[in-house]
Design a protein around this ligand. Structure first.
Ligand SMILES: CCCCCCCCCCC/C=C/C(=O)SCCNC(=O)CCNC(=O)[C@H](O)C(C)(C)COP(=O)(O)OP(=O)(O)OC[C@H]1O[C@@H](n2cnc3c(N)ncnc32)[C@H](O)[C@@H]1OP(=O)(O)O
Length: 415
């Protein structure tokens, strides 16, 4: 019954299509109410006791953050849609008045009923958590609202030799473009990728893709990054590289839109570990996944020391991260590191067709779904990243690491 009366929530009773007239009337009512609630003061309604319990994040926004968020709502450039407005209303009421305590409105009072349901669904959610959720929701809306006003999505954005960034059909693509070096990452590329991600989070695209040119996806850190460091600067360089690494991985942890890896060929080192921070990973059946950290006297990064054991179980993660076992694409699929594997000869066609369809989905809904899935883990991931970066700085100045790098650079060793 509820869904028959509430188009703002679901629009129809399962199996019973709404008549066009009914849809028009209800839609008009909903539009009027929501327009008012969106810009102007929120109506007070009194409801009875709560039913559902919804748990929220541990941290709490201040009253000041909350007040700022309420002002921000009025400045949104895009109407976020009825469902989001309902959510905002419910969180606002919960944050300011606590659990829903108003009488249930009559079933024909569509608008009041939708609002009451939304508030009531928050159950005993603590006021502080509701305040935080309201602030988070407004901030995600503000970011996407900004990105939607950025003009001209369908154009090439930036180009350099080693990184090519394009935006087309709602997809920003960041392409590693050093095929002669198997797309190994120079320190400049780490910086350029961070900049590209920052821009992509604010541009008008809906999803973001990382891929490689040529036969490799990426051979990981360019081991030439270790070259030409004066002996008295080694420690200093290790520390500054740890900061670079930490900032770099933080960008992936915090990236707000769906992030997809299109793994066109073998992947090594950091390009593998980072995959745990992507939302979807599509791989060619030619791709392999190799993390030879022990061989290099190094240690895992990209939050893999935390994500991989959770994802594939500790012993499979140990085979990769301690012993450097190289996985085929099918094995990586079985371990949950890869979402889907495609035959190499149809890989590009199949994957891009899928991505173009995904890029037509409503952007706010996608961002919010991602946020909900990732939110609880963010703080933990930042802590893991900080620790992994700190440990790596120690490894880089170790004899084990220096010996391995010298062997590679003097062409005595390869994976
Ligand atoms: C204190 C300083 C700190 C530095 C800054 C750090 C910043 C953050 C660091 C984050 C930590 C990341 C860790 C990792 O990613 S570990 C993994 C590192 N990668 C490797 O060890 C791969 C090394 N490469 C190889 O083993 C082989 O090249 C490979 C198996 C990938 C391909 O073999 P293949 O035979 O098919 O091809 P070639 O070897 O002939 O390669 C073609 C040319 O490309 C060069 N190449 C390839 N990969 C790298 C690389 N990772 N670094 C540097 N150069 C690479 C290769 O040397 C060839 O060059 P030439 O044609 O000039 O010989």
């Amino acid at each position: 019954m509820m869904s028959r009366l509430l188009p703002a929530v679901s629009g129809r009773v399962p199996g019973v299509p709404p008549t066009p007239a009914m849809a028009r009337v209800v839609g008009l009512l909903a539009h009027r109410w929501f327009s008012g609630a969106f810009r102007g003061p929120l109506q007070v309604i009194r409801c009875p006791a709560p039913q559902l319990h919804v748990s929220g994040p541990a941290m709490a926004a201040s009253q000041e953050d909350f007040a700022k968020a309420m002002n921000q709502v009025k400045l949104l450039k895009e109407d976020p849609g009825n469902e989001v407005k309902l959510k905002l209303y419910a969180l606002y009421k919960q944050a300011t008045e606590g659990p829903c305590n108003a009488p249930k409105p009559g079933m024909l009072d569509f608008i009041l009923k939708a609002k009451w349901d939304a508030w009531n669904a928050l159950g005993n959610l603590p006021k502080e958590t509701a305040r935080q959720n309201y602030v988070d929701l407004v901030s995600s809306l503000s970011a996407s609202s900004c990105s939607q006003v950025t003009p001209a999505a369908d154009k090439k954005q930036a180009e350099s030799d080693s990184l090519v960034v394009t935006s087309e059909d709602g997809i920003t693509t960041i392409r590693l473009n050093r095929p002669a070096k198997k797309n190994a990452l120079t320190t400049q590329m780490y910086r350029d990728i961070m900049r590209a991600l920052e821009a992509a989070s604010e541009d008008s695209s809906r999803i973001t893709v990382l891929t490689g040119s040529g036969d490799y996806y990426c051979s990981g850190n360019d081991l030439s990054n270790f070259k030409d460091i004066p002996p008295d600067k080694v420690e200093e360089r290790a520390q500054s590289s740890a900061v670079l690494l930490r900032d770099f991985v933080d960008c992936f942890i915090d990236f707000p839109k769906p992030l997809i890896a299109v793994v066109n060929g073998p992947a090594v080192g950091i390009s593998v570990t980072l995959l745990g921070l992507f939302d979807v990973v599509y791989a060619s059946d030619r791709a392999t996944f190799h993390t030879p950290f022990s061989h290099l006297g190094q240690s895992p990064e990209g939050c893999s020391s935390y994500i991989f054991p959770k994802m594939m179980g500790p012993s499979k993660a140990a085979e990769m991260l301690i012993f450097g076992k190289k996985l085929t694409a099918r094995e990586a699929l079985a371990q949950g590191l890869v979402t889907a594997v495609f035959p190499d000869d149809t890989f590009q066609k199949e994957v891009w067709a899928r991505l173009k369809a995904y890029a037509k989905l409503p952007p706010n809904a996608m961002r919010i779904a991602k946020r909900l899935m990732r939110h609880q883990e963010k703080e933990k991931l930042h802590a893991v990243n900080a620790e992994e970066s700190r440990v790596l700085a120690e490894r880089w100045v170790s004899d084990e690491c220096i010996t391995a790098i010298v062997a590679f650079l003097s062409k005595k060793a390869k994976l």
